[in-house]
Design a protein around this ligand. Structure first.
Ligand code: MG
Length: 177
């Protein structure tokens, strides 16, 4: 099956956080709090996805206040930060959303993402993902984690669904005179 055909079926976009929405770095402060760096262009892509009627979600194995804050800023409706294995979390989300595996895209960068990547209709990873992940996904972004990988997969899905031109045109047209 072509990557465009896989992308065209997607209705739910799920993302790992560390190494996908970020480059994997964590700035750990002396008080135990932490900072992460997110891409504004990745965030804008999440807004585009919502406008196109797609659902988005974060599935992280680490609990982080920075992740929760970024999800809130972007109004990402599904945020799972639990110690549970990701496949269990994924299956619960998919059932709650009433979707088939084929209708889900997942982007992850490391070994603990492999069980979910083996299930979804569109399995993706950033360019700098672990080699074992790169070897097993349907699609690899040109950008690395935290540097536009999220933007790329959102564009891929919206283009395949015929929704990208409307997003771009919405900005080109501007306000009516
Ligand atoms: Mg990761």
């Amino acid at each position: 099956m072509s990557i465009e055909a896989r992308a065209a079926r997607v209705r739910l976009l799920l993302f790992d956080v560390d190494g996908v929405f970020t480059d994997g770095s964590i700035v750990l402060h002396g008080d135990g709090s932490e900072s992460k760096v997110f891409s504004v262009r990745d965030g804008t892509a999440i807004v585009f996805a919502r406008r196109a009627g797609l659902t988005t979600g974060l599935v992280s194995a680490r609990t982080s206040a920075a992740t929760a804050q970024r999800a809130a800023q972007l109004a990402i409706p599904i945020v799972e930060q639990s110690g549970l294995d990701k496949l269990t979390v994924y299956e619960r989300i998919r059932e709650q959303e009433g979707l088939s595996d084929a209708e889900v895209a997942y982007m992850g960068d490391d070994l603990l993402d492999l069980p979910v990547l083996a299930r979804v209709g569109l399995a993706a990873c950033p360019a700098d993902a672990a080699p074992e992940v790169r070897d097993r996904v349907h699609w690899i972004s040109r950008a690395g984690g935290g540097r536009g990988a999220v933007r790329e997969i959102v564009e891929l899905v919206l283009r395949a669904r015929g929704q990208w031109a409307a997003i771009v045109n919405g900005y080109l047209e501007g306000p009516a005179p």
